[in-house]
Every structure is written in structure tokens, then in C-alpha cells.
Design a protein around this ligand. Structure first.
Ligand code: DAH
Length: 344
């Protein structure tokens, strides 16, 4: 029993002197481990008589309990101190504002498309989409361009099969919208979207963007087309913009026009942007060909319409003074940042 008291006192003293968790762990092993001193005392029980055993057992157990309680308390104290230290040094203030992530800015084409959509929606138009992988039928045939028509040469196309191609013009959606409208009621649509042709240089990209416009109704005339394009171009390029209609040819309109706008850089006096002509060619347009109406289910004796199409890349380039179309497709953040506006 003296031995028990002695071991206990030693253990308590060692615990008292320990300065860190590792020392405490070592003490734990020294006294409580398989070969520990307190464990050894319990093993001694085998040598005792039946009366001594319970007494001795109780004393050893109470010594073990006492030592282990003191040990655990000190362990907890160390753990808490360590945690406090960690909390002090690793303190973060979650209420601080985060570091700012640099925001991208709207692509110039997106800006132009949104501006056009807002304008035409305000005039009662629907914004319509069509497939980029288009059939020969919708891209050409239903627009009065049968197979072998010479005007097909104007558009160098990417054919996937003889019947499927990447659409060369958003005009394909004119036919789609007319066919889809089974009631054959009046139509007023614009179609912004991607188009594809086999060409690549500073002013042509194999992928580009167009917006198509189509109005089909009773008594639609050239005056409606002219007024609409005037509103459109003035809205995009400034109130002083003038329009010039030149006779041209497109298979799906008759008569057809190329539409020029007065150069907004020099106001029409002549500069390098307009190649000293004062005018910039921007749109194709015309009165919907009767064949196109009838091929897509509208009676040309009852209905008439106008249509127009323009390249959005070209429009964006003029509007923002961009000189190489490829910049629009390279996704260089330094380029895009220049169009950052506070009002977006
Ligand atoms: N689709 C023509 C092109 O890509 C542009 C065009 C011309 C569209 C006249 C029209 C139009 O709707 O009436 O060159």
C-alpha cells in the first residue's frame, strides 16, 4: 500500500511538472500503459490473499482515478491553451469585404443586338431564332433560290451534306417564320443570329452575325420599309444619319436595295472610314418577292411585305470604331474591357 501511495505521488509530481502535451502523453504511458507502473500494481493482486485483494484493488483503482483525473485536467488545459493560441493567430474577420473580382464587360456584339432588340420590340416586333445548321430548302429554296441558281454564288457555304449547311444568312428564318405561322396572320419579326461563310480576312470572318427583319401584312409598301430603316439606323448611329437606297438584286425581294448610311465620322463630307464617298453600305433590303410569299403559304394577292438584313459585326465595327473583325472573336479581355460602361 505504501508502494501505491509512492507511485501515485510520483505520478502527480511528474504531471505537475509537465509543460506540454507530449510530456503528459509520456506520463500516461508510463503509468497507465500495458507495462505502466499503476498497471503493474494491479497485476500484483494475484499474489494476495482473498481478503486483501478487494481492499488493495480499491486503493489502486482510486489512485488510478485520482492520477487520471489530474492528468486529463491538465491535458484539457493544454488543449484549450493551444486552441486559444490558434484562434488568436488564425483569426479571420468574416465581415470584411471580399477581394474584388474583376468583372468582364458586355461584348460589343451583345450590346448591338440588345439595342436592336429593344428598339424593335418597342415597335411590336417578335424576336425569333432559327437553327444554325440549316437545310438547303430553308436557306435557299424557299427564298426563291432553287438549286443551281446563279445567285447562290454570292454566298460561299459550308455544306455538311448536300441537304444541310451552316446557314449563310438569317434570311432562312423568314421562310421558317412564315411556314410556322399556320394561321397566316401578319408577321413582324427580327432575327438576330450567327451565320457562316467560307471567308476570312480583316473584314470577313467565317462566323459572323446578322439581323434579319421581316414584315408581312396587308398594304405594306416601300414607304414602310424606308421609314423603318430610318428609325433603325438613326437609333443605332445618331439622329443626323441619312439613308440612301440603291437598286440592287436579291432573289427574295423585288425590288431590292442596297442601303447606305451617311458616314457618321465625317457626316458625309468624305473621310478614310467611308473611303471618301460620304456613304457606308450597311444593309440589304427590299419588298418581299411574291414567289417567297406564295412558297411559304401567303397569298401574294392579299399580302405584301418588306425585309431587310444587315451584318451586325459591321454595324458594331462602325459604331465602336473597330478596324479588324477578328477582334470580335478572339475574346481578348483587354479588347473587351474597352467597352466597359458604368450603366450596364
Ligand atoms: N440575306 C442577305 C445577305 O446575307 C441580306 C438581305 C438582303 C436580307 C435583302 C434581306 C433582304 O432580308 O431583303 O446578303
Amino acid at each position: 500500500m505504501d508502494k501505491v501511495e509512492e507511485v501515485k505521488q510520483n505520478a502527480l509530481q511528474e504531471i505537475e511538472q509537465a509543460n506540454d502535451v507530449a510530456t503528459l502523453e509520456a506520463i500516461k504511458v508510463k503509468y497507465f500503459g500495458k507495462k505502466g507502473e499503476l498497471t503493474a500494481l494491479l497485476k500484483m493482486m494475484g499474489t494476495l490473499s482473498a481478503e486483501e485483494k478487494p481492499k488493495f484493488g480499491a486503493i489502486v483503482n482510486s489512485a488510478k482515478e485520482e492520477v487520471s483525473e489530474v492528468l486529463n485536467k491538465k491535458m484539457d488545459a493544454f488543449a484549450k491553451a493551444e486552441m486559444d493560441k490558434k484562434l488568436q493567430t488564425e483569426k479571420i474577420d468574416v465581415t470584411l469585404p471580399g477581394s474584388k473580382i474583376i468583372r468582364g464587360s458586355k461584348h460589343p456584339l451583345t450590346r448591338v443586338i440588345e439595342e436592336i432588340e429593344d428598339l424593335f420590340v418597342s415597335m411590336g416586333y417578335d424576336v425569333v431564332a432559327g437553327p444554325e445548321l440549316e437545310t438547303d430548302e430553308y436557306c435557299f429554296e424557299r427564298l426563291n433560290l432553287p438549286k443551281g441558281h446563279p445567285a447562290r454564288d454570292m454566298q460561299d457555304s459550308f455544306y455538311i451534306t448536300p441537304e444541310y449547311l451552316l446557314r449563310t444568312q438569317t434570311s432562312a428564318v423568314q421562310a421558317r417564320a412564315m411556314m410556322a405561322n399556320t394561321e397566316k396572320t401578319p408577321l413582324r419579326i427580327i432575327v438576330p443570329g450567327k451565320t457562316y461563310r467560307r471567308e476570312d480576312d480583316a473584314t470577313h470572318s467565317h462566323q459572323f452575325n446578322q439581323v434579319e427583319g421581316l414584315v408581312v401584312d396587308k398594304n405594306i409598301s416601300f414607304a414602310d420599309l424606308k421609314g423603318t430603316l430610318e428609325i433603325f439606323m438613326k437609333h443605332m448611329l445618331g439622329e443626323d444619319t441619312k439613308l440612301r437606297f440603291r437598286p440592287s438584286y436579291f432573289p427574295f425581294t423585288e425590288p431590292s436595295y442596297e442601303v447606305d448610311v451617311s458616314c457618321f465620322k465625317c457626316g458625309g463630307k468624305g473621310c478614310n472610314l467611308c473611303k471618301h464617298t460620304g456613304w457606308i453600305e450597311l444593309l440589304g433590303a427590299g419588298i418581299v418577292h411574291p414567289n417567297v410569299l406564295s412558297m411559304n403559304g401567303y397569298d401574294p394577292n392579299e399580302y405584301s411585305g418588306f425585309a431587310f438584313g444587315t451584318g451586325l459585326d459591321r454595324l458594331a465595327m462602325f459604331k465602336y470604331g473597330i478596324t479588324d473583325i477578328r477582334l470580335l472573336y478572339e475574346n481578348d479581355v483587354r479588347f473587351l474591357k474597352q467597352f466597359d460602361r458604368k450603366d450596364d
